[in-house]
Design a protein around this ligand. Structure first.
Ligand code: GLY
Length: 381
């Protein structure tokens, strides 16, 4: 696979920004559904865990163009996030980072928006309420303390930058301490010897000890949900940036090698890495997330290793651009086709949704990776 060139990066960004611009009328006062339906996102209320990604794209469009129309839309969307957290609407879960980092931390960092800052700090406080002392982890879903919900998931590494940021802006170490404790538990239990990951991991509510790894959205408990592996790559890279914990780095190189060893010819993963050929749906979003993780790592490593990760990121992005991007707005209002949110298997527990569709985080991380490659990125995470 060729690496994406700088010219193509600029072209891809311009195309993405045009699509974001076309979408503003539909998604300034409403949010974008987690996934498309027949390649078109319907609008939705600000109630899903995924609602932060569309405002993130709007912020990236503003960062790229400095066109005030994007800043205006991002500010309106941020109000909806302030309303959501002030009124505690669908926030009893750990996804505060996914929600509030691309939508509000972004806007605060880019434009000093104080209401966005307030929303993101309230979200960080909300995330702290998910911490379980017994077992030392942030509980992902469901009522706190229920045995069947006493677990964390690999995705949560991406929620932690919200806590590190909250400590930085408030000077309150509590947020950082909880993030570090969760990371420690995750490093101990979420990874298998070969570098692959468990999607979810149960702890014992009686004594806080480790119980077992399981899956929700992967094919089977012992398989390798592609997006979980991608969340791990980017999450570890971000964790290393904030902690300089060498365990993050060594786990990252093992987990990256595993991810890369399970990719099909065009480098875009199937929805579970147990599949390496055949007709199963792809999850293009995993490729964008992994590309961001590799680029984050490249900024933190010495030159030789950095070049390797940067090269993989460029190859993933070339494949996405060449064969997965939306080229015709009458075909889709998304940016990247062939994502998979949740595919039912005989062995998993998920609700089937968004199979072989655009997914909002896939679009967001595609744009973020392009911005990183363009050299004009300053981090939201
Ligand atoms: N964090 C849930 C997902 O990636 O589908």
């Amino acid at each position: 696979m060729q690496e994406i060139t700088q010219d193509t990066v600029q072209l891809a960004l311009d195309e993405a920004v045009s699509q974001v611009r076309r979408n503003l009328p539909l998604f300034t006062y409403r949010c974008q559904n987690h996934s498309s339906v027949k390649n078109f996102y319907p609008p939705c209320d600000n109630t899903q865990w995924t609602c932060g990604f569309w405002p993130g794209e709007v912020c990236l469009a503003w960062q790229h163009t400095k066109d005030p129309v994007f800043l205006h839309a991002a500010s309106i969307l941020a109000e909806s996030f302030l309303h959501r957290i002030e009124n505690k609407i669908e926030v009893d879960h750990h996804d505060m980072g996914f929600l509030y980092t691309p939508s509000c931390v972004s806007l605060y960092k880019l434009d000093g928006n104080e209401r966005a800052k307030r929303a993101a700090l309230l979200a960080a406080d909300q995330l702290l309420t998910r911490f379980q002392e017994k077992g030392s982890f942030l509980q992902a879903w469901g009522a706190m303390d229920e045995k069947e919900n006493y677990r964390f998931i690999i995705d949560c590494l991406m929620n932690l930058p919200l806590l590190y940021w909250a400590s930085e802006v408030t000077g309150d170490e509590r947020y950082r301490t909880i993030a570090l404790r969760h990371t420690d538990t995750c490093l101990k239990h979420s990874f298998r010897e070969d570098g692959s990951t468990f999607h979810t991991f149960f702890m014992d509510p009686e004594n806080g000890g480790p119980l077992r790894g399981e899956t929700c959205q992967g094919y089977r408990a012992d398989s390798f949900w592609a997006r979980g592996q991608a969340w791990a790559l980017y999450g570890l890279a971000l964790s290393y940036r904030y902690t300089r914990d060498e365990r993050c780095l060594s786990q990252l190189s093992k987990s990256a090698a595993f991810f890369l060893s399970r990719l099909p010819h065009d480098l875009i993963p199937y929805w579970d890495l147990i599949f390496t050929e055949g007709d199963e749906p792809r999850d293009s979003s995993s490729a964008s997330i992994a590309a961001c993780g590799f680029l984050e790592m490249a900024d933190l490593l010495d030159d030789t290793q950095a070049d390797l990760y940067r090269s993989w990121a460029k190859k993933l992005m070339q494949s996405l651009y060449a064969s997965y991007r939306v080229t015709d707005p009458s075909y889709s209002n998304g940016l990247v086709l062939h994502g998979t949110y949740s595919k039912k298997s005989p062995y998993n527990t998920c609700t089937p949704e968004g199979v072989d569709e655009c997914v909002s985080w896939g679009d967001y991380f595609y744009m973020e990776a392009l911005m990183r490659l363009s050299g004009s990125w300053s981090t939201f995470w």
